[in-house]
Design a protein around this ligand. Structure first.
Ligand code: F6P
Length: 325
């Protein structure tokens, strides 16, 4: 398929992530610079089905690089999961002269892009945007760095009160299927233990780690649990209370982790990815997912990208285990 690109659509889909606005801005400015018009598709694939479109200009993307969330709004569309929904979305593209769509989000977003291309005949490019950092073909996803820094900030505050009361704080962080936020924040906050979806661990293991820590003279403890860990934050709380008789509190950080001003890394990398996506389109390269590997921009066929799972970072986990007490 080779199409001359005169107008592109851009959408964000699934969970929002800080830095998505920086990517939208980079896509818009790069495309306009190269003489391509840009249409913002609001509310993801659902908005595409419903024709919820707005033209993006140099100035409409001004002053968004520093803002979290996505100014195009986002949604999870059930209608788009069915071929009829995909066909309606493709029809919106044709009716409005949209030659290709850049979709920013996670795996679900890329599956949508693959369908829009295969069923709807609209060329697509995917950009990884999710705080979970769980896209196999990219070391980095937009929003991860900001989310980890948000957790660090919260846990640093929590430590003050945990230490004052000589308690144990269990902190549940986001990550239904991936423990990157949990592992990175556990290392960065000096947590005693971490529970991840990727690792088999029992409540006894965590109790034993804290016992060791008590024997080493520690009087307060932070335990980070990913929401999708093999053992839940609630189970950990119960075991620690029952087995060690220490004062335990649970803090569920929830959606605050998805908000806030994007970090420098997220702004810069989102800009690199947005620029690269338009670069591919102007070279006539479609149906790819862009990513960053070893700090270099890469792109994979969307179907291939969907098959790649990210290997768990065993070295980093070992570094945590051997430096935590
Ligand atoms: O965007 C990823 C994520 O934040 C996960 O870590 C979390 O499990 C999920 O989204 C929560 O999604 P929702 O917006 O549906 O509450």
């Amino acid at each position: 398929m080779s199409v001359e690109i005169k107008k592109i659509g851009v959408l964000t889909s699934g969970g929002d992530a800080p830095g998505m606005n920086a990517a939208i801005r980079a896509i818009t400015r790069t495309a306009l610079y190269r003489g391509i018009k840009v249409i913002g598709i609001q509310r993801g694939y659902q908005g595409l089905i419903e024709g919820d479109l707005t033209e993006l200009t140099y100035t409409s993307v001004s002053r968004i690089i520093n803002r979290g969330g996505t100014f195009l709004f986002t949604a999870r569309s059930n209608e788009f999961r069915h071929p009829d929904g995909v066909k309606k979305a493709a029809e919106t593209c044709r009716k409005n002269g949209i030659d290709a769509v850049v979709a920013i989000g996670g795996d679900g977003t890329f599956r949508g892009a693959a369908d829009l291309s295969k069923i709807g005949g609209i060329p697509c490019i995917g950009i990884p945007g999710t705080i979970d950092n769980d896209i196999g073909m990219s070391d980095y996803t937009i929003g991860f760095d900001t989310a980890v820094n948000c957790v660090i900030d919260m846990v640093d505050r929590l430590r003050d009160t945990t230490e004052s009361h000589q308690r144990c704080s269990i902190v549940e962080v986001m990550g239904r299927n991936a423990g990157y936020i949990a592992l990175h924040s556990a290392i960065s906050t000096g947590a005693t233990a971490v529970a991840l979806p990727e690792i088999e661990i029992t409540c006894d293991d965590i109790v034993n780690k804290i016992r060791k820590s008590i024997n080493a003279g520690k009087t307060h403890f932070i335990v980070i649990a990913a929401e999708g860990a093999k053992i839940s934050a609630g189970e950990i709380l119960q075991s620690i209370g029952d087995s060690l008789g220490i004062n335990v509190r649970l803090t569920v950080l929830g959606h605050v982790q998805r908000g806030g001003m994007p970090t420098a890394d997220d702004r810069v990398n989102a800009t690199r990815l947005g620029h690269y996506a338009v670069d591919l389109l102007t070279k006539g390269i479609y149906d790819r997912v862009c990513g960053i590997q070893n700090n270099k921009l890469v792109d994979y066929d969307v179907q291939e990208a969907l098959k790649i799972t990210k290997p768990f970072d065993t070295d980093l986990y070992k570094a945590f285990l051997e430096t935590s007490i």
